[in-house]
Design a protein around this ligand. Sequence first.
Ligand code: CTP
Length: 214
Amino acid sequence: MLVTAGPTREHIDPVRYLSNESSGRMGFEIARAAAADGHRVTLIAGPVHMETPPGVERVDVVSALDMLAALEEHFPAADALYMAAAVGDFRPAERLECKWKKKEEGGGAAVLELVENPDLLRTVARDKGARKVIAFALETADGPKRATAKLIRKNADWIVLNGASALNAPDSSVTVLDADGPVWSAEGRPKAETAERLLRLLSLGSGEGPVEDP
Ligand code: CTP
């Protein structure tokens, strides 16, 4: 099983970068639950302050392009991919070798040119065959509609829709959708519990099982 987690960092110069608020918790909890369940787990992690769960092989990456390279290396041998990472959509057009200095006289505005990163999931899941792919989506408006469009665009089997309150928090409210619409929802539940339920998507197809709705 392959899991991605955490943010990516897109460097501007040796000491500055663009990133996001992702803590990596959801992906790490999925990796922990999967390893505890007996799966062989590889966890591709962006820069996060999280302990590697027992029995999990961890691959640390920094940028979206690093994460793509790690996915391309590990996805062929996987049966399933949980793509929980918050991948940066853009990176600086150029990474400066030395620190970006402000103008001596000060007061000037600065412009940073960005280029789009590839869609990692779309790239690797295009020819996924029988492998199961679980995407994640963080939406602040029009959630189900946008998540369903992403599921189709990225060739995922399920997509886990989160609100922005899930970022860097121990609990989250999620709705899992497949191509036909919502499958189940969990309101304000610990990520560890939601992770276990997400794992059951693989064995039961819907994620329903012993974990009861509160
Ligand atoms: N994702 C990816 N590569 C990217 C951006 C996102 O693989 N460059 C993955 C995420 O890991 C997640 C899913 O795609 O599983 C949806 O991520 P999200 O950021 O919600 O979607 P985007 O495609 O970036 O769309 P937008 O930011 O415009 O909402």
